[in-house]
Design a protein around this ligand. Structure first.
Ligand SMILES: Nc1ncnc2c1ncn2[C@@H]1O[C@H](COP(=O)(O)OP(=O)(O)OP(=O)(O)O)[C@@H](O)[C@H]1O
Length: 121
């Protein structure tokens, strides 16, 4: 069988990644909420005319939370696939994975407060 070129392989990988991101947004409730929040802070960014540095921090915070949420979802699905029954170790893995989302979310909220509180009050 003919080996596909490096470029064709890369383009296919991007296609799989886009399909994964769309699946995530279509199927996971938590990421839907994060998408809505991301849209709201993006509107706020334009409304309050935040600086380039603030845009960079805001975009980093949004993508970090969504990226870790995606990884958390993948870990949960993997756990459910390899061990659908109740297991203390699976519970630990899922808790740690959810904890990672919570940690970056706290950071993102703090970034948001530092950017917007001085502009609102
Ligand atoms: N197979 C299992 N064995 C032990 N504990 C589990 C198991 N499945 C879930 N848990 C516990 O329930 C918690 C929630 O797990 P679940 O997979 O429902 O995640 P979730 O955060 O509710 O995910 P989502 O709402 O995105 O589907 C886990 O963090 C873990 O403490």
């Amino acid at each position: 069988m003919r080996k596909e070129s490096f470029l064709v392989n890369r383009i296919k990988s991007v296609g799989f990644a886009i399909r994964g991101a769309l699946l995530l947004i279509r199927t996971e409730a938590s990421i839907k909420i994060q998408v809505v929040l991301a849209l709201l802070v993006t509107i706020a960014g334009f409304y309050f005319e935040i600086s380039s540095t603030e845009w960079i921090l805001q975009i980093l915070a949004i993508s970090l939370v969504m990226g870790i949420e995606g990884a958390n979802t993948a870990i949960e699905k993997l756990c459910d696939f390899i061990h659908p029954d109740f297991d203390r170790k699976i519970g630990f893995i899922k808790d740690v994975s959810a904890g990672a989302v919570m940690l970056v979310s706290i950071g993102a909220v703090i970034v948001g407060l530092i950017i917007y509180l001085p502009k609102i009050f």
